[in-house]
Design a protein around this ligand. Structure first.
Ligand code: HEM
Length: 396
């Protein structure tokens, strides 16, 4: 059997048995990836943490090679969109992260609460009166996208095309993915210029204002950062909401507990992240020199992918790892990564999830699994539901 065939429909529906086997067989192995980018997959928790924290595993080179191999260079935008902190190494990364951190503050995130609640309530109001909905399309997909628009200061009128674009991408429309790059670059660059002329109370305007020792972000750096927020903050949060709802529907007694006592939600959300997080192997790195991880030597010039969802089910880190247990100690889970690239948006993702689950369960207390099947995207980077049919009310 070739390794390729192991990434089949069964894998996308439930990747955990294969990862458990790989972990037992050594934890670090070279795997052919569908669509290229063959690389070394790390499945253990300690190994994953070490790899994420290893300065010999580089981001810049990984991105350059990725772009050249995948589509000949950023789909015609000359790298303008991808020259951001997640694709940078120190010292460039240190500088970008420090400047961005000045704008993306805890206060800005907390200040979004009332708008996130409004956005969630409006989406839930649209679901009223229906017996069944696809929770991905109706709720999990639009919510994080609209929140990022809010964060960036995208005007209301421009949000409809953003949403339509997100839906086309979710439908697996590859055209939408690539044809979307150039218009997105142009749109975001225009938006940055507009904010420079007329700053508002939003993150983009704060990024324009962010300064340190005579240093500031250029328009291109801000455009690229805005694009990073869109891609890093969207699909990941969709997955946290959708995968979490799916888990709750499979555990009705846990669902009733968090519905009746929302103070249990933060712990449940950490366990959603640990038990079935949304980032699978979207952690691309590249060996600038030979690196030994978990006793396996990886030569120079190779891709390394830390499978975060596998690391979070390592029994050495989390006893009885396949069990969903909101009461367990989830400390040290790797769903948001680790080290210098640890997710900058984690506080926002946690806030969004708390509001999303709280409002959903309060409005539809009888929500339950549907008879219709769910569908998973056949994409490796993220663990992503394409659709999740749910019943909103009890059967008559
Ligand atoms: C980085 C996960 C939501 C912004 C990362 C990384 C992970 C991650 C694993 C590190 C990747 C690596 O090391 O290669 C998640 C998950 C989310 C989420 C699971 C939701 C549940 C968000 C949101 C935003 C965001 C809402 C912002 C709007 C970022 C940024 C980075 C990042 C800017 C790059 C940080 C750096 O390079 O220093 N995220 N993320 N993320 N995330 Fe998130």
């Amino acid at each position: 059997m070739t390794m390729d065939s192991e990434f089949d429909s069964d894998f996308y529906a439930d990747p955990y048995p294969l990862y458990a086997r790989w972990r037992e067989e050594g934890g670090v192995r070279k795997v052919p990836f569908p669509g290229g980018l063959d690389g070394w997959v790390v499945t253990g928790h300690a190994d994953g943490k070490a790899a994420l924290n290893d300065p010999r595993l580089r981001k810049e080179t990984a991105n350059e090679i990725f772009l050249t191999r995948m589509d000949g260079g950023d789909s015609g935008t000359g790298g303008a969109l991808t020259a951001h902190m997640l694709n940078s190494d120190p010292p460039a990364h240190t500088r970008l992260r420090r400047l961005v951190q000045k704008a993306f503050t805890a206060r800005r995130v907390a200040g979004l609460r009332p708008r996130i609640e409004e956005i969630a309530d409006a989406l839930l109001a649209d679901m009223e009166g229906r017996d069944e909905v696809d929770l991905v399309r109706s709720f999990a997909l639009p919510l994080p996208l609209l929140v990022i628009c809010e964060l960036l200061g995208v005007p209301d009128a421009d949000r409809v095309p953003f949403r339509a674009h997100g839906e086309r991408m979710n439908d697996g429309d590859k055209e939408a993915l690539f044809s979307g790059f150039r218009p997105m670059a142009v749109y975001l660059a225009d938006l940055v210029r507009a904010k420079r002329k007329e700053p508002g109370d939003d993150l983009l305007s704060d990024l324009i204002r962010a300064q340190e020792d005579d240093d500031a972000l250029s328009d291109q750096e801000i455009t690229s950062m805005a694009f990073l927020l869109l891609v890093a903050g969207h699909e990941t949060t969709v997955g946290l909401i959708a995968n979490g709802v799916r888990t709750l529907l499979a555990h009705p007694e846990r669902l009733a507990e968090v519905r009746d006592d929302p103070s249990l939600l933060p712990a449940a959300i950490e366990e959603f992240l640990r038990h079935d997080g949304s980032v699978n192997v979207a952690t691309l790195r590249y060996t600038a020199e030979p690196v030994t991880i978990g006793g396996t030597e990886i030569p120079a010039g190779e891709f390394v992918h830390v499978a975060l969802i596998a690391a979070n089910r390592d029994p050495a880190a989390f006893p009885d790892p396949d069990r969903f247990d909101p009461g367990r100690d989830t400390g040290g889970h790797l769903a948001f990564g680790y080290g210098i690239h640890h997710c900058l948006g984690a506080p926002l993702a946690r806030l969004e999830a708390e509001i999303a689950f709280g409002r959903l369960l309060a409005r539809f207390p009888a929500i339950a699994a549907s008879d219709a099947p769910e569908a998973w995207h056949h994409a490796l980077r993220f663990r992503a539901l394409a659709s999740l049919p749910v019943r909103l009310r009890a059967r008559e």
